[in-house]
Design a protein around this ligand. Structure first.
Ligand code: PEP
Ligand code: MG
Length: 756
C-alpha cells in the first residue's frame, strides 16, 4: 500500500497487541505513537488530549521534543491542532507552516517538519483530542494514510474514554474532557428548576469492539443490518411515523436518501476490508468522516441534514448491536435530553420521575412545551448540541426560569441551585398565601383566573392554585396517551371525574383538537400534509368525521347530567362551522332526551378564536355563541405567519406587538358590547407581564398553566385597570415599535406591579 509499510490492518493488529500489554498508560501511549510513526513512515507522531479547561495537552510524541510532553498545550481553536479539535475535522497539509492557522510552540522542535496530517480523536460524536503525524518532505498524505490515522484515533479514543490517561495530565485536578462541566444557554420553555441525571431520549450507542476477527463475517453482518435498516425506514415512511413527531417532510426524504446511498455502504465496507474494523466500528468511522465533510458544507440545507444522518447512523448501530428501541429505565431524578420530541412522547415517560427536559429544538408554544408546563417539568429548548455533549447518567441542572443548563455542574453551582430551589419554594409559599385572596385589581375590577388542564392529574392543581375554574380542558390529551381510540364510556368517565373534582366551578371543555402536530397513531390518514397546522385538524376533522365528534359530544352531555356543560370548538374559521357544530350538539341533545337521559342543567357553547378570518366576522360570531375563548398561540402564529413550533422564529415577533394587541382589544370589546364573555387561554395568559397587557386591552377572564396563577394574581392585585387601559390604548395607537414589551415593563416598574 502506497505510503505505508504494512497498511492499516497490520497497524491495527499491532495496536491491539500494545493495548494488551501489562504496562503503564504513559508507556502504552508512548508505544502507540512509535508504532504509528513506524507503520506510516512518519517522522513525527503526537497525541494531544483535550482537558477539562479546554486545553489540548501534548500527551505523547515520537519525533518531537519529549521534554514538551505534558508541558506543551494549546487552546481549542489555537494553531492547527486547536483548529482540528474545534472543527472536528482532519487537516492534510503539504506545508503546515504556511497555513494561516499555524502557531509556533517554542521548544517543541516542529521547525524541520513540513507535511502535516492531523485527525480529531472522536468518540460518540465528541472530540477527545487530536492525533498528528508529520514529515520533513512536503507531501500530501494519501487517502489510505488519512484512513489509517483515523482508525488509530478510534483506539486512542477508547484509552481516553476508559479514564486511564486522566492521572497523567499536567493539571490533575482539571480531569479530562469527559468530566468537563458545561454551561449551555437556551430558551426557557417551562418554569422551574430541575436537578438530576441525564437520560438521553434516544440513547447513544457506544462502540467498544473495534477490531474484526473475521472481516468476511463483518461484511455479512453489515449487509444484513443495512437491509433491516432500509426495511424499517420504508416502513416508517409508509406509516408516516416520522411526520407524527412533528418533523418535516425533508427528514423523510433525507432518511431514505441516506439509507439507499451506495457510496455510504461502500465506504463502510471498505473500512472493514481495508482497516480490519468490526461492522460497528466501520459505521462509526464513516460517520465521523461524513460528519466532517458535511460540516464543511456551506449549504445550510446539507448542514441541517447532519442530524438526520446521525439519527440514521444510530439506527444502524442499534441494528448491529441488537439493542431494541426500549425506553430507558428512568433514575429517580431524570432529566430527559432530546433533539426534539412530540407531546405524546413526553407523556410516555413516568412523570413522577422526570424533573426536567432539555431540547435542541422546541419553542414556547410547541405542544411538548405546553405539556411540560402542564406537568410542571422545568424545560429549556434550543440548546445547541445538547444531545452530543450530554452523556447518560451525567449530573445536570435545568433552569427553566433563565434558560440555562448546567451539565456536570461543579459543586458551587450545585449549591447555588440548591439555594435557588429553596428560594423558589419560599416564593411559592407566598403565592400559596394569595390562594384564598380575591383576584381583584386595585380599582376593584374582578379578573377571573382559570387554569388549563387536560388530564386527571391536573385536578388537584385547581385547588392548590385557587383558580376559579378550568378555562381550557384539552380533551385531546386523553386521546394522545391512549393506544387506541378511547371509547365513549371512557371519555364520559374522565369528563365526569373532572366535573366532580371541579365541584361546581366552571369547566370549559374543548372538543378534540387533533391534527397539526397532535396526531393519534391509531387514526389513519391517507394523505400526507405539507402544512399540518393549517391542515385537516380540530373542528375541520370533527365536521368531516361527525361520528368522532358526536361520540365526544354524547360523552360530554352524559357526564354533565344535571350540571352545566360548557363546550367550545377549536380552530373555527367561519361562523358557519360553529353553527354546524352546534347543530350536532342539538342533535345529540334530542337523541339523549328521546332515550330518557337526564340533560345537563345548562349547555353553553363557544368558539375559539384562533384563525384571523374570524376577526372579520366577530359581530356575527358573538351573536351566535354563548362565549368565545382566544387561542392566542394559534391566532398569533397565523396572524404573523410564524410557525409556533419553530424555534428559529420563536422570538422574532412578539405577542405584545401593537398589531396583535389591537386584534385582541377588538375581540374583547366586541364581546363586551354583545354581553358575552371573552376568555384568553393561550400561553400569554400565564406570564404576569403579558397577562397585564391582556387586562389592559379589556380581558376580564384568562386561563393559564396552574403554576402561573400565583404570580398572575399578585400582578392583578397591584394593578389599576383604568390607568393601565388609558396608558395602553395610547401606546397601541401611537407606537410603531415592533413590541410594547419594554414600555409595559417600565409601566409595571413605575407602578409597583410585580412581574415575577
Ligand atoms: C391556543 O392555540 O392558544 C390554544 C390555547 O390551543 P392549543 O395551544 O392547544 O393549540
Ligand atoms: Mg390552539
Amino acid at each position: 500500500m502506497r505510503g505505508s509499510l504494512f497498511g492499516p490492518r497490520v497497524l491495527l493488529r499491532r495496536l491491539r497487541e500494545v493495548m494488551a500489554e501489562p504496562i503503564s498508560a504513559q508507556e502504552r501511549l508512548d508505544k502507540i505513537v512509535v508504532t504509528i510513526a513506524a507503520n506510516m513512515v512518519a517522522e513525527v507522531c503526537s497525541v494531544y488530549v483535550l482537558r477539562a479547561d479546554n486545553v489540548l495537552e501534548l500527551f505523547a510524541t515520537e519525533g518531537l521534543n519529549r521534554e514538551s510532553v505534558h508541558k506543551a498545550a494549546l487552546m481549542v481553536g489555537q494553531g492547527l491542532v486547536g483548529q482540528i479539535a474545534a472543527e472536528a475535522q482532519l487537516l492534510n497539509l503539504p506545508d503546515a507552516q504556511v497555513h494561516p492557522a499555524f502557531s509556533y510552540i517554542p521548544g517543541l522542535g516542529e521547525e524541520a517538519y513540513h507535511s502535516f496530517l492531523g485527525v480529531p480523536i472522536l468518540r460518540a460524536g465528541r472530540t477527545l483530542g487530536v492525533l498528528v503525524v508529520q514529515n520533513r518532505a512536503r507531501k500530501h498524505y494519501s487517502e489510505e494514510e488519512e484512513e489509517a490515522l483515523q482508525t488509530t484515533a478510534m483506539v486512542i479514543a477508547e484509552m481516553i474514554a476508559s479514564g486511564e490517561l486522566a492521572s497523567l495530565s499536567a493539571t490533575e485536578s482539571a480531569g479530562l474532557d469527559l468530566a468537563r462541566p458545561m454551561h449551555l444557554e437556551g430558551v426557557a420553555l417551562s418554569d422551574g428548576v430541575g436537578l438530576g441525571y441525564v437520560v438521553l431520549h434516544e440513547p447513544r450507542v457506544v462502540v467498544t469492539d473495534l477490531i474484526a476477527e473475521d472481516p468476511e463475517a463483518e461484511i455479512r453482518r453489515l449487509e444484513q443490518a443495512i437491509a433491516n435498516l432500509r426495511l424499517s425506514v420504508d416502513d416508517m415512511i409508509e406509516r408516516g411515523e416520522v411526520a407524527h413527531h412533528g418533523e418535516h417532510r425533508d427528514v423523510l426524504e433525507a432518511y431514505r436518501m441516506f439509507a439507499y446511498d451506495r457510496g455510504w455502504v461502500r465506504r463502510m465496507e471498505e473500512a472493514i476490508v481495508r482497516s480490519g474494523l468490526t461492522a460497528e466500528a466501520a459505521v462509526e468511522r464513516v460517520q465521523s468522516d461524513t460528519r466532517a465533510r458535511m460540516m464543511r458544507q456551506t449549504d445550510p440545507y446539507l448542514r441541517e441534514r447532519l442530524h438526520d444522518f446521525d439519527d440514521l447512523t444510530f439506527r444502524l448501530l442499534r441494528e448491529l448491536m441488537g439493542k431494541a428501541d426500549k425506553p430507558p429505565e428512568l433514575p429517580r431524578d431524570a432529566i430527559i435530553v432530546a433533539r426534539n420530541m412530540g407531546a405524546a412522547e413526553l407523556l410516555d415517560y413516568d412523570r413522577t420521575k422526570v424533573r426536567g427536559l432539555v431540547l435542541e429544538e422546541g419553542a414556547a408554544t410547541s405542544h411538548v412545551a405546553i405539556v411540560a408546563r402542564a406537568l410542571n417539568i422545568a424545560t429549556v429548548g434550543q440548546v445547541q448540541n445538547a444531545v452530543t455533549l450530554a452523556e447518560s447518567g451525567d449530573a445536570i441542572i435545568v433552569d427553566g426560569e433563565t434558560g440555562l443548563v448546567h451539565l456536570r455542574p461543579p459543586a458551587d453551582v450545585e449549591h447555588a441551585y440548591a439555594e435557588k430551589v429553596r428560594f423558589r419554594a419560599r416564593r411559592q409559599e407566598r403565592f400559596r398565601r394569595l390562594r384564598n385572596k380575591p383576584s381583584v385589581t386595585r380599582d376593584g375590577v374582578e379578573i377571573s383566573l382559570l387554569v388549563n388542564a387536560g388530564l386527571l392529574f391536573d385536578l388537584p392543581h385547581l385547588d392548590e392554585s385557587g383558580a376559579d375554574g378550568i378555562g381550557l380542558f384539552r380533551t385531546e390529551l386523553q386521546f394522545m396517551i391512549a393506544s387506541a381510540f378511547p371509547r365513549m364510556g371512557e371519555q364520559q368517565q374522565l369528563y365526569s371525574k373532572i366535573l366532580d373534582g371541579a365541584a361546581g366551578r366552571p369547566v370549559t371543555f374543548r372538543s378534540l383538537d387533533i391534527g397539526g402536530d397532535k396526531v393519534l397513531p391509531y387514526l389513519s390518514r391517507s394523505v400526507h400534509e405539507e402544512n399540518p397546522a393549517m391542515g385537516w385538524r380540530a373542528i375541520r376533522l370533527g365536521l368531516d368525521r361527525p361520528v368522532i365528534l358526536r361520540t365526544q359530544i354524547r360523552a360530554l352531555l352524559k357526564a354533565s347530567a344535571g350540571r352545566e356543560l360548557r363546550l367550545m370548538f377549536p380552530m373555527v374559521s367561519q361562523v358557519a362551522e360553529y353553527t354546524a357544530a352546534r347543530a350536532l350538539v342539538e342533535r345529540e341533545q334530542r337523541f339523549l332526551a328521546g332515550h330518557g337521559y337526564e340533560p345537563p342543567s345548562t349547555v353553553r357553547l363557544g368558539a375559539m378564536v384562533e384563525v384571523p378570518a374570524l376577526l372579520f366576522e366577530l359581530d356575527a360570531l358573538l351573536e351566535a355563541v354563548d362565549f368565545v375563548s382566544v387561542g392566542s398561540n394559534d391566532l398569533f402564529q397565523f396572524m404573523f405567519a410564524a410557525d409556533r413550533g419553530n424555534g428559529m422564529i420563536g422570538d422574532r415577533f412578539d405577542v405584545l406587538s401593537p398589531s396583535f394587541l389591537k386584534a385582541l382589544r377588538t375581540i374583547a370589546a366586541t364581546a363586551a358590547a354583545k354581553g358575552k364573555t371573552a376568555t384568553l387561554c393561550g400561553e400569554m395568559a400565564g406570564k404576569p407581564l403579558t397577562a397585564m397587557a391582556l387586562i389592559g386591552v379589556g380581558f376580564r377572564s384568562i386561563s393559564m398553566t396552574p403554576a402561573s396563577v400565583g404570580p398572575v394574581k399578585a400582578m392583578v392585585r397591584s394593578v389599576d385597570v383604568a390607568a393601565l387601559e388609558a396608558f395602553l390604548s395610547e401606546a397601541i395607537e401611537t407606537s410603531t415599535a415592533p413590541t410594547l414589551r419594554p414600555v409595559l415593563e417600565e409601566y409595571a416598574l413605575a407602578n409597583d406591579v410585580p412581574l415575577s
